[in-house]
Design a protein around this ligand. Structure first.
Ligand SMILES: [Zn+2]
Length: 295
């Protein structure tokens, strides 16, 4: 199990002088795959969707260490998820390479009122002026931290300044709120990612991510309150419905075999295969599981 956020978490842990104790979190052993206590592990439920869109998480310092961080869920579901720690004085060269990779059209997802109007867009370009699918894949840059941290990241990252700012529209937000029956206007990072996937017309991934967040929330709260998991509850059933619609990974990979990939993407694809070996997702064929089994 080594997706972008888990690698970032491991790197951040290695730099910690003292062990990180999540506030109000559990003090017991945790599963390395889902960060929950083993009795409430949800690794078996992890869906993975091959999307055209990618997600780039810029994470505030301790964000990858928080067991409640939902960027982790995005990395579970969206195969091309990248994650970088943010620091004002240092920029990971791999982030700059990713942002200049011509296969991507990056969008900084942030409220439009904080950017100059020329930068603000409300939709994702899916087709060129002739109506053909653009060859650029959307890359959603999500600033993952508290609101104060996100504002700082937005204002003090000169390498983002030339990129369009994707501002989610109130009607999209309220539609989403209705569907998710949210009462306030606050969304976690994985909900923002789901809204971006919606704009990119990646509806299966959008809904799988939303269902997966519900399952995570259930497991997280039940673990915290030391209550059992409702495996047949509404959240699990909904996730199962979406996972039944996902094509087996090896079929998708075979159909994408001709696409040239950048070094960064090749790295992500290798991570995927490790995930495939670690996660017994019911839809993966036995053949694929055999091939990816680690020695
Ligand atoms: Zn687990």
């Amino acid at each position: 199990m080594s997706h972008a956020v888990s690698l970032l978490r491991a790197a951040r842990l290695a730099r910690s002088a003292k062990p990180f104790l999540a506030r109000g979190g559990f003090k017991h052993e945790r599963c390395a795959g889902c960060r929950l206590v083993p009795s409430h592990c949800m690794c078996v439920l992890r869906p993975s969707v091959r999307t055209r869109a990618g997600v780039c998480l810029l994470m505030a310092d301790i964000e990858p260490l928080k067991p409640s961080n939902t960027g982790w869920l995005i990395a579970d579901v969206v195969a091309d998820t990248f994650a970088f720690g943010w620091a004002r004085t240092q920029t990971d060269p791999a982030l700059l390479i990713l942002l200049s990779d011509p296969q991507w059209q990056p969008y900084v997802v942030f409220p439009g009122e904080y950017a100059v109007p020329e930068r603000v867009v409300h939709s994702v370009q899916l087709a060129d002026t002739l109506g053909a699918e653009t060859d650029k894949r959307p890359l959603f840059i999500l600033l993952d931290g508290t609101w104060a941290e996100a504002r700082k990241m937005f204002g003090r990252s000169p390498y983002l300044d030339h990129l369009p700012v994707l501002s989610l529209q109130p009607d999209q937000i309220s539609q989403y709120k209705l569907r998710r029956s949210r009462r306030d206007g606050h969304f976690c990072t994985s909900e923002v990612a789901a809204m971006c996937l919606n704009l990119a017309a990646e509806h299966l991934a959008e809904q799988a991510l939303a269902a997966y967040l519900d399952v995570f929330t259930h497991h997280y709260l039940q673990a915290k309150n030391q209550l059992p998991i409702a495996w047949e509850g509404a959240a699990h059933q909904r996730l199962r419905e979406f996972s039944d619609l996902l094509p087996p990974r090896d079929v998708v990979e075979a159909s994408q075999g001709e696409i040239a990939v950048s070094p960064i993407n090749r790295f992500a694809a290798a991570g995927d295969r490790l995930n495939a070996a670690a996660a017994p997702w019911p839809l993966r064929s036995e053949g694929a599981a055999q091939r990816f089994r680690r020695p």
